[in-house]
Design a protein around this ligand. Structure first.
Ligand code: GCU
Length: 680
């Protein structure tokens, strides 16, 4: 409404400028404003000007005091920002936003910058037109801000259509065929652009048979998606099967050093670029959880990745090569093998051996998207490699979009982590210089996009943190609330805002309280990973153990007496994690095996802490349910009802977690709860 009710001038050409015009035209048709493509009469005034710098009339100088729409101050101010003559100041996606003499001005060198500038004005709403708006240059910290869909074309017999998907079916395929009507995909492209995301893989990293064909005979389906996402500045990438030359090309091998294999990839890739000229590149999960890879041929992951990198290089493409490589068939009796070590052990020796267009994509923690893990040591250990950090917006281990769990604070803590100590660079600095930020998508065909309507905030935060990793996650949540619960749609904004902050600000920590304690992770039901099962993975080959016995719990990952994982960190963390005294409480059981009566920094014992947090967590969820009910009548009724049902389930599940975890540890330890609460 803030834009649609005003007089707007859009200057420039190009597909994304057309997108901007279209957005504003629709808004003006709805709210009575006007949009112009050029200034017809000298002196005509506008409230908002969005312009490509190349499309501006002759460069204003101080002498052009009467410059028609900028006014002298704005002209000089923007000139001082060097937006012209120094294009690197803005970059391909940056923009200047300023307001002088009652005109709000967005200037960008490239159409993509103008699109992001538009969404910034949308975010600001009325305040973009107030005197308080300062002049500023906006630029994304990360060049690659990517979403990975884990969508399958066909429904997988165990995983369903979207692997670890909790938002209905795929946005792209239905019943094994591409969706005919791509209107929803178009709306999704708009949503991604509004969050600041500029790249998307459309298919699962586990590339099954039908999806392998997306590279060749089903490429048209990918091209159709790319066509729809292109006007929103989102490039399409594809997850590929490393064995594609065998599966699709009838070659006898997929050996990356075999000339026939290299030729096969080169020509397949050439055809991809003929169909999709701005194709982003490949994402590869190799030698991981049963996926094929270079190990079968005695080749390294650098040799595998470089072969694909050479295929996409002539077209400016990149290869995201995932570092999630570990032995998923380990013997649970063998305590010397540590899954947490695997990515570092496999990849760090290869530092410097990857091509410039290879990005090693590293999960944020060394295990697997648990509610609490230390930051992966790989991120800081490959200075000669482009590294991306991967987070999981889809809530596989954080409540599966049935629980409210706002992950902005978790991701923010990862991005702010300084592997070499407070004076060194942060994870955000490292990945901004290389591979960027990747989030596994949580969106699907669900009416609310994300199953749990409040899980949309995670998608939003993922894009916004990739743009500005130093942003305060609570402020980002506030932005999302403002954009989603809108007085224009009948929502009563202020009570909604207050209640959503109450429910969501600390929801990640609440989830942590009632699930696996002190960084130990897992304790979920094997297979689908929902709900508690403390020993579910304890005697399996997956490498995810807690080692609880009658005396204590936790994994000894020290150099002194354990797996030596702490040695993968640089100082000071190597020493901090190694030391039982210095290790942060929340990661204690990730790094140490301790007795139940071990005293934490917070003064409580491990066992009492387990009881206290589990009672508190479940209690907090019951409060959240009550708080949500205060919004009855203040938000969209369908959304209200959906969240009511989901909160019922969250309460039930949190109580189940509480009782199973508390009972398990009471029975193991024999230590009663100091407060005498019910344990079974
Ligand atoms: C987890 C998840 C799998 C997924 C894998 C991955 O292990 O459970 O479904 O394939 O991560 O990231 O590749």
């Amino acid at each position: 409404r803030a834009i649609g009710a005003r007089r707007v001038l859009v200057l420039g050409d190009g597909m994304l400028v057309e997108t901007v015009r279209e957005e504003i035209t629709v808004a003006c048709a709805r709210f009575g404003g006007q949009v112009r493509h050029r200034q017809d009469q000298a002196g005509e005034r506008f409230d908002l000007v969005l312009a490509l710098t190349g499309a501006l009339p002759a460069m204003p100088t101080a002498a052009d005091a009467g410059h028609p729409f900028l006014g002298s101050d704005a002209a000089i101010a923007t000139w001082q920002y060097g937006w012209r003559g120094a294009p690197e100041a803005l970059g391909g996606e940056g923009f200047v936003l300023t307001r002088r003499e009652e005109v709000t001005v967005v200037l960008a060198d490239e159409p993509r910058g103008l699109l992001y500038g538009l969404f910034e004005v949308v975010r600001l709403g009325e305040s973009a037109f107030g005197s308080g708006l300062g002049a500023a240059i906006h630029r994304p910290a990360m060049r690659l801000r990517m979403i990975n869909h884990w969508d399958n074309v066909d429904a997988h017999p165990v995983m369903g259509q979207v692997e670890r998907g909790y938002a209905g079916g795929s946005l792209f395929w239905q019943d094994g065929l591409p969706r005919r009507d791509l209107a929803r995909v178009q709306a999704y492209g708009r949503l991604l652009a509004a969050c600041g995301i500029n790249a998307a893989t459309v298919n699962n990293v586990n590339v099954h048979r039908a999806e392998t064909h997306l590279l060749t005979d089903r490429l048209g389906e990918v091209a159709a998606i790319a066509r729809v996402l292109r006007p929103y500045g989102v490039r399409v990438h594809l997850s590929v099967n490393f064995a594609a030359p065998i599966v699709l090309g009838a070659l006898a091998t997929a050996d990356p050093l075999d000339p026939a294999v290299r030729d096969w990839w080169a020509s397949a890739t050439r055809r991809v670029y003929e169909a999709i000229p701005d194709f982003g590149g490949y994402v590869v999960k190799a030698d991981s959880e049963g996926q094929p890879g270079p190990f079968a041929y005695g080749r390294s992951h650098a040799e595998g990745a470089d072969m694909l990198a050479d295929a996409v290089a002539p077209f400016g493409g990149v290869v995201h090569w995932r570092a999630f490589v570990y032995n998923h068939r380990q013997d649970w009796r063998d305590r010397s093998t540590d899954r947490a070590r695997a990515a570092y052990d496999h990849f760090v020796p290869l530092d410097g051996r990857f091509r410039d267009n290879v990005i090693v994509q590293v999960k944020h923690g060394p295990m697997d998207f648990q509610v609490r893990e230390p930051v992966s040591p790989v991120i800081a250990a490959m200075p000669a490699t482009r590294v991306a950090v991967e987070v999981q917006a889809t809530q596989e281990y954080t409540g599966q979009q049935r629980h409210i769990c706002y992950l902005g604070p978790l991701w923010s803590s990862v991005l702010r982590f300084a592997p070499h100590g407070p004076d060194g660079s942060t994870v955000a600095d490292i990945v901004a210089g290389g591979g960027g930020f990747v989030a596994v998508s949580n969106a699907g065909a669900d009416h609310f996009w994300t199953g749990h309507p409040l899980a949309q905030a995670n998608l939003y935060a993922a894009g916004r943190l990739a743009w500005q990793p130093t942003a305060d996650p609570t402020a980002l949540l506030d932005e999302w609330i403002g954009l989603t619960f809108n007085p224009a749609t009948g929502d009563d904004a202020e009570p909604v805002r207050r209640t959503l902050h109450l429910l969501m600000d600390d929801s990640w920590r609440t989830y942590e309280q009632y699930t696996a304690p002190l960084g130990i992770g897992f304790m979920v039901r094997p297979g689908h990973h929902y709900g508690p099962d403390v020993d579910g993975y304890e005697y399996t080959p997956w490498g995810t153990y807690h080692f609880a016995d009658r005396d204590g719990v936790g994994v000894d990952r020290t150099r002194a007496s354990g797996t030596g994982f702490t040695g993968q960190y640089p100082e000071p963390w190597s020493q901090i994690y190694e030391s039982l005294d210095d290790c942060p409480d929340e990661l204690l059981l990730f790094f140490h095996h301790v007795g139940f009566r071990h005293v934490l920094h917070n003064g409580s014992t491990v066992i009492q802490h387990i009881y206290d947090t589990h009672f508190a967590g479940a209690e907090r969820v019951a409060e959240m349910r009550q708080q949500w009910h205060e919004l009855d009548g203040l938000v969209d009724p369908a959304l209200f009802t959906r969240v009511v049902a989901l909160l019922e389930e969250q309460v039930r599940s949190a109580e189940e977690w509480r009782d199973q975890i508390n009972t398990y540890f009471f029975r193991k330890s024999g230590v009663p709860d100091a407060k005498g609460r019910p344990i079974y």
